[in-house]
Design a protein around this ligand. Sequence first.
Ligand SMILES: [Zn+2]
Length: 784
Amino acid sequence: MQTWQWPARRAPGGRRRVRGACFVLAATLAALSAAAADGSGGAMFGFGAGQAARQQALEQRFDAGLSPADLGAWLKRLSSEANHVGSPHDKANAEFVRELFRQWGWDAQIEVFEVLYPTLRQHTLELVAPTRFVATLTEPPVTGDATSARTDGLPPYNVYGADGDVTAELVYLNYGMPEDYQALARRGIDVRGKIVITRYGVGWRGLKPRLAQEHGAIGCIIYSDPHDDGYSPGDVYPNGGWRPARGVQRGSVLDLTTYPGDPLTPGVGATKNARRLGISQAKTILKIPVIPISWADAQPLLAALAGPVAPKKWRGALPITYHLGPGPARVHLSISSDWGLKPLYDVIARIRGSESPEEWVVRGNHRDAWVFGAWDPLSGQVAMLAEAKAIGELVKSGWRPRRTLVYASWDGEEPGLLGSTEWAEQHATELQRKAVLYVNSDTNARGFLAPQGSHALQHLLNDVASTVRDPETGVSAQARLRARMLVQGYEKDPADTRDVAEEKARNAKLAAVGGDLPIGALGSGSDYTAFLQHLGLTTLSIEYQGEEDQAGVYHSIYDSFDHYVRFGDPGFAYGVVEAQTVGHVVLRMADADVLPLQFGDFAATVDDYVGQLHQLLEEKRGKAAELERLLDANAFALAADPTRVVLAPEREAAVPQVNLAPLDAVVARLRTCAQAYDAAYAKLAAGASSLDGAHRRQLNRLLQGMEQKLTDPRGLPRRDWFRHFIYAPGVLTGYGVKTLPAVREAIEASRWGEAEEYATITARVLSAYCDGIDRATVLLNGGT
Ligand SMILES: [Zn+2]
């Protein structure tokens, strides 16, 4: 299929947009993009012909305001000192960013929240038997990395782990995921009363100590194995970019799958006088101590373990034999923190909309880091600042956005999405009434566009991505991503988990068709969470990422300016292209005649998700039956080495019939109603119908709140803060998404009654969404 082309027309010189109540949109919408319905060429999705040309000219002026030198200078300054919550430089950066916004003509303020933020006071980790070794728990300076010699950063720790002083035998637990406990149990080992050592990777870090706690462990160590992000995948810093022997991954272990944000103020903004839970009442804080360490500190502990040799897949890249334990290694772990409230400084900057100031386009990126944070998050922060500066220049030249722009520099993301969540909770009602989009970024680097978010925006995102040029190959960001999807589908990576392999295969299939590329679904792990999953706002995450990104220095002292300019984005070309991509999305959402949502993409995606649920059920049924047969035949005992203990897996109950018919029915309806809307939109775009101002405003009001129809105030089972019934972070995946989460997680956990109950509730939610689309179609057709 043809890719999108710029219209040959130029913007009509000096014509101002018609303001006021009742202008007829027939003329302006006459050439609305035919791409609305079929993804083929046309003008610009969401705009009439005159507007499209003007928008194109606006984007060119916007692009001219982006300078890589700006990005480099801001990044150097922002990452020059440690930027964690409560640090002097975090506050100084907030003030600097506010001043920049003000210089550029934005109305910018700092909004302060007060959150529980435990700051490490002391920690000790030592091997006390059979030999003695004291872990260094420090990251030494590295040649050529200027900030690594600074001492203002926090030492490596896992925020929201418990205080504690424990001594116990050690058990090695691989990645510390549920299947690792099953494998351990089959070898007759349990972790009750033990301290476990797990390695970073596969699942989200916070799950590791939480599962350890649930299984009765009294302490948890998480280390970075060189197999995962050290000398195995590449040369280590400073020769290459990967994690050196004593590099440590800090990070939060807050249970953000229950609720993110300040643990003491769930659901409300953590203002000075907010009602707070006691620390012991906060469900998201761990009860056992947990500590992150480097492989240099882990190796003596692992080498001191005896017991069975670890299964093949559990062995990392250290030059030792990996044993499971328990013991004879015994370790002593002691941690205490200062559990005080700390201030958060969110910088909020606005440009008021000229025509629909009550509609907001919200854009955010966090500013706080674990230490210096040149990659995470400041690479994304400076791209956002570049957008704000370029927009400021447009405003100075006389342009005003139709809708209000709200730019946010979030604080406190690293400990648990604190700044964005508290702000979203504090302004929930207003945001739900006004926001037409929340667009997020975080770490950005050279590489491929990685779009995720609400699938009704898939077409808009593609429209923009097909016109932004990839700096290294010269093709569009969309064309480069398409090539990558196709190649990934061809070269299957044996290291991929099943979910990832299946997603790559699906993407390759869709990419081969031509037209729009699929965007990913959002789980958690950055500041979009509260906006999408709590408030139900239409949301996008837009970043560029390399193949393996900054894995090697992630959350360490070596995530620095010097590292970023060598391995992240030398020359800041991808910072500029990030600013272009997000900036064009923001400008189009801000100025669109009709908000550019395309429901057919959403319907096709949900159809696919429902198909996955059926497949999941069938696979579980087949697996359970097969296990039953093998157990009956005593196959596990006969297939094992009799000199080693490897028990058979536990018996599973047979999988009953689970009625997913309500979901099947609603998906069929969703396909139909989405098609009707997209067809009506195409008719308007082709000039075959028209829309007056009153209808257009009503339609935009309706489209503004559409994503909220995918939420239910009762929320997901056992975690009612999460209200979106299509996308959620998985309880057992952490950052990783579960789509149709209430049903999928019930099936995965064999809670059959719950699966059926939530199939009905999810179908009801989708049905309300269809009602909204039907109403939008009526308005689009000029009815009432
Ligand atoms: Zn980040």
